[in-house]
Write a protein that binds this ligand. Structure first.
Ligand SMILES: Nc1ncnc2c1ncn2[C@@H]1O[C@H](COP(=O)(O)OP(=O)(O)O)[C@@H](O)[C@H]1O
Ligand SMILES: [Mg+2]
Length: 282
């Protein structure tokens, strides 16, 4: 069995609000699977149901073939919750030792802190850490039990670009370690860079699913050629041959230019084409 998570027709209602509106997907062993969507799309609700924290209204969820919340499942999973926070007045080392003590088997705390670049900060109080270091502490807690599957709910929200980049490296390292990672994010470039497969969520529904390349090919629209001449020239291209034709034409007409750029559509274009709006507009 290659699917470690299977979700079928999942629905979650909060009173009149339908937070999750009949979604189905599977997550394969060893992949980074991203739920990508704007605030309020239903991402956190979905993963918290899989984690066994909230109950579904209807539908079926299996994780390692078991029901969410099963003790045997809990041993195999690690969670970084959205807007993670920890005990302010414990040091990083005390925090990790505390969480490690909850498990019969856990990673070596020194090794874990070294791996996450936290070792130098081990005697700092949690409250005095930078945003990036706090998030890393959250990841240390999430993986202290050496889980097979790791849930990361908006792991880089609110971080500066450097801290975000270093968290991306940590997530890529998890993949090298053959972990399965469920990553929720509203950052297009994050999903595009890290995820093997993406499910785009909007208003409680999955509106598209595939690898980043598949989604961009299918929904991204055409490539563009941008020519930095006296006036900037931008043309859509459907065929590689057109590039040669355009360059030839520039030559024939004696148009001088500084550079030519071929721009592939991005996940931003995918989301706009699917929903008619940008992901971070509210
Ligand atoms: N505990 C709750 N009670 C009532 N409504 C909730 C609760 N949690 C989430 N919601 C609502 O469900 C919808 C989906 O929220 P959420 O799962 O947090 O989405 P996302 O993580 O994609 O931002 C939103 O409309 C949100 O306001
Ligand atoms: Mg959320």
């Amino acid at each position: 069995m290659n699917n470690v998570i299977k979700v079928i027709d999942l629905v979650k209602k909060y009173g009149d609000v339908i937070a999750v509106d009949g979604i189905s997907f599977s997550v394969r062993k060893g992949e980074i699977f991203s739920l990508l969507g704007p605030n309020g799309a239903g991402k956190t609700t979905t993963i918290e149901i899989i984690e066994g924290i909230r109950d579904a209204t209807s539908g079926e969820v299996r994780i390692f073939g078991m029901k969410p919340g099963d003790v045997k499942v809990r041993e195999k999973m690690g969670v970084l919750p959205q807007e993670f926070s920890s005990i302010e007045r414990l040091t990083v080392m005390e925090t990790i030792c505390y969480f490690a003590s909850m498990y019969d088997e856990h990673k070596d705390c020194d090794e874990l802190l070294k791996m996450l670049g936290l070792y130098e900060k081990r005697n700092e109080l949690y409250k005095n850490l930078s945003g990036g270091m706090k998030r890393r502490t959250g990841i240390a807690i999430a993986i202290v039990n050496n889980p097979e599957i790791i849930f990361l709910d908006e792991p880089t929200t609110g971080l500066d670009p450097a801290a975000r980049k270093s968290l991306w490296d940590i997530i890529e390292y998890m993949k090298e370690e053959k972990k399965t990672v469920i990553l929720t994010t509203h950052y297009m470039e994050e999903a595009e860079k890290l995820a093997d497969r993406i499910a785009i969520m909007n208003d409680g529904k999955i509106i598209a699913e595939g690898t980043p390349d598949e989604l961009i090919d299918k929904y991204g629209g055409k490539k563009k050629i941008i020519i930095d001449a006296k006036e900037k020239i931008v043309r859509e291209i459907s065929d590689e041959k057109e590039i040669v034709e355009i360059i030839n034409k520039l030559k024939v007409e004696g148009i001088e230019y500084k550079f030519i750029e071929i721009k592939r559509p991005s996940m931003d274009d995918v989301f706009i084409n699917l929903t008619g709006r940008k992901i971070n507009e509210n």
